[in-house]
Design a protein around this ligand. Structure first.
Ligand code: NAD
Length: 252
């Protein structure tokens, strides 16, 4: 049987860790040539090729995309996944911090897409998948700046999908719940009682645990797949039901 992504080249930003890494692994396993664009390209998974890239810099993105095209001959799939966190209420962050987080989480998607679009237009199976978050659709405490960045990603996914669907480029996003990645493990490490915090995060999701990075990777592959050519402009939640379900307390 022909592999699902055979002959296709995928770019995964933030592909050296967590959700991006799991996605790079899954796309590779399903036959894609995978370029990981990351601050730590040497940590790209086996089978993928790492390219040094700071998604917060236009110059760095342009150089990396050029290098990918020289290496693989084109780009069919762009996974805009790299992102950083921010904590606090609406008064907590300085203007500079707002600029820094929106630059890495939101403007990066415009930067990467702008650079990749000419190559996506030349593909018969073009897709862009953006990584949003449950923070965009549920009110999580102390996450105002992060939520703003992830809400922007959902809005721009829809608008991008409308702009490009007729030229054969599908744009969608995934909306993960709290996921068991190095990001969250580091965050837990900074808590006074990491185990209590882990238990709180687990129980916040209706299925009682964090989302595994590979579960998000499966959803990203679905959205990117040439087999799913009619899926455009959607936000696919991978959150154990956190966004939509209202369970009664355990035991009641
Ligand atoms: P992670 O920290 O494990 O991995 C992030 C990767 O992005 C790292 O390899 C890092 O080097 C890279 N990166 C960071 N800044 C970069 C930059 N400026 N240029 C290039 N690469 C950069 O994070 P993760 O948990 O896998 O998160 C990945 C995405 O998923 C993010 O967009 C995050 O907002 C989103 N997300 C995460 C969770 C979660 O609970 N972990 C939940 C919802 C959404």
């Amino acid at each position: 049987m022909i592999e699902e992504f055979a002959g296709l080249t995928a770019v995964v930003t933030g592909g050296a860790s967590g959700i991006g890494r799991a996605t790079a692994e899954e796309l590779t396993a399903r036959g894609a040539s995978v370029a990981v664009l990351d601050l730590n390209p040497e940590e790209a998974p086996v089978g993928a090729t790492g390219f040094l890239c700071d998604v917060g810099s236009t110059e760095s993105v342009t150089t990396a995309i050029q290098a990918v095209v020289e290496r693989f001959g084109g780009i069919d799939i762009l996974v805009n996944n790299a992102g950083i966190g921010a904590q606090g209420d609406v008064a907590a962050n300085t203007d500079d911090e707002w600029d820094r987080v929106l630059n890495v989480n939101v403007k990066s998607i415009a930067r990467l897409s702008r650079s990749a679009l000419p190559h996506l237009r030349a593909s018969k199976h073009a897709a862009i998948v953006n990584t949003s978050s449950i923070a965009a659709t549920a009110g999580l405490p102390q996450r105002v700046l992060y939520a703003a960045s992830k809400g922007a990603i959902q809005a721009m996914t829809l608008s991008m999908a409308a702009d490009h669907v007729r030229e054969g480029i599908r744009v969608n996003c995934v909306n993960p719940g709290t996921a068991n990645t190095p990001w969250i493990v580091n965050l837990l490490g900074s808590e006074e009682d990491p185990e209590a915090e882990r238990a709180a995060l687990n129980s916040r999701q209706p299925h009682g645990r964090m989302v595994e990075p590979n579960e998000v990777a499966q959803a990203i592959c679905y959205l990117a797949s040439p087999r799913n050519g009619s899926t455009a402009g959607i936000s696919l939640a991978v959150d154990g039901g956190m966004n939509g379900l209202r369970l009664r307390p355990v035991g009641s």
